[in-house]
Design a protein around this ligand. Structure first.
Ligand code: ADP
Ligand code: MG
Length: 323
């Protein structure tokens, strides 16, 4: 079964950034409002993620590392209305199969915390320990037991870059959570978690973008759109600054990109792709996030409606009109 976990792990966990993504999403699902990510050597030798969320109860302790032992899906119906970021119950088992994991956790109801060690999918120890409420995961030596996979990693600097980009997207997608990212002992990002999207955009993208932002918002019964778009003059040559979040999840969608780019098209732009940071909320039964193992792609049941609302909202904002 451990072999199966190692193979399956390949789907979800291809690099250190994937570990960070899964563990931060778990922390968000656990209700944390402060999350610290610390890495060394691009996350290959060391990743530490600390949250102040719910903690894990003692009775769940070894269970959370078993495949498909998610606490989030209990019935087939639940699958249709996933609101948490994680729901497959695969991440922890996959990560534990290919690294050395140390977990320290405490719920607010319990008197003492727990420390659990698991490496290569094998439990090493479980003991009581004093610690604050919340959860800390330390992931050491990723792919130490799968050298063939380790070879596909890029340099530590490149891997750290992927994690840095991910941390920026996470910070922008959750303005209500304070994120801290530390790379080789240096603080690279620190957001306040005070729900001020403009502050975070300034923090992440700098003064040029922030000075050219337009607030945009609209909604109907099923969809709401809220966020900032930049004036056409600060457009880019690639889609890196064209960001949008569905129900707090960073995603890629050709439908959404097309709606944005079509709305910008009549305006004079230096480059083709605009800066956007849009928070889109859609009733969870109208989306299907279960398309891709990394959950980056998304499908819509009301795609045309979403396209039209987005297109007209952005176009009106660019024209200086109210919706
Ligand atoms: P999923 O997120 O799909 O449920 P995971 O393998 O990522 O599956 O996590 C398994 C379970 O472990 C979660 O459902 C949750 O109950 C628990 N868990 C993981 N990380 C945390 C955390 N930081 N705080 C509290 N509970 C956690
Ligand atoms: Mg998860």
């Amino acid at each position: 079964d451990n072999t199966i976990n190692q193979i399956a792990a390949g789907e979800v966990i291809e690099r250190p950034a994937a570990v960070v993504k899964e563990l931060v999403e778990n922390a968000i699902d656990a209700g944390a409002n402060a999350i610290t990510v610390e890495i060394k050597e691009g996350g290959i030798s060391f990743i530490r993620i600390t949250d102040n969320g719910s903690g894990i109860e003692e009775e769940d302790m070894p269970l959370v590392f078993l495949r498909h032992s998610t606490s989030k899906i209990r019935t087939a119906e639940d699958l249709l209305r996933v609101t948490s970021l994680g729901f497959r119950g695969e991440a922890l088992s996959s990560i534990a199969a290919i690294s050395q994991v140390e977990l320290v956790t405490k719920t607010s109801e319990s008197f003492t915390g727990l420390r659990y060690l698991i490496a290569g999918g094998e439990e090493k120890s479980l003991e009581y320990i004093g610690c604050p409420n919340g959860t800390t995961f330390i992931i050491r030596n990723l792919f130490y037991n799968t050298p063939a996979r380790k070879k596909f990693l890029k340099s530590p600097v490149t891997e750290a870059g992927y994690i840095g980009d991910l941390m920026e997207r996470l910070a922008v997608s959750h303005p209500d959570i304070s994120f801290k990212f530390i790379n080789n002992g240096q603080i690279k990002l620190h957001t306040a978690g005070n729900n001020n999207l403009k502050d975070i955009i300034y923090n992440v993208y700098g003064r040029d973008i922030t000075a050219n932002l337009l607030l945009t918002e609209s909604s109907n019964e099923q969809i709401s759109i809220e966020g900032y778009i930049a004036k056409p003059l600060v457009s880019r040559g690639n889609r890196n600054y064209e960001n949008y979040y569905i129900n707090g999840r960073y995603v890629k969608s050709s439908l959404i990109s097309k709606a944005i780019e079509e709305a910008y098209r009549p305006f004079i732009m230096l480059h083709r792709y605009p800066f956007t940071s849009l928070h889109i909320r859609i009733k969870s039964e109208l989306i299907d996030v279960n398309v891709h193992p990394a959950k980056l792609e998304i499908r819509f049941k009301n795609g045309e409606e979403l396209y039209q609302l987005l297109y007209h909202t952005i176009k009106s904002t660019l024209e200086g009109k109210e919706m």
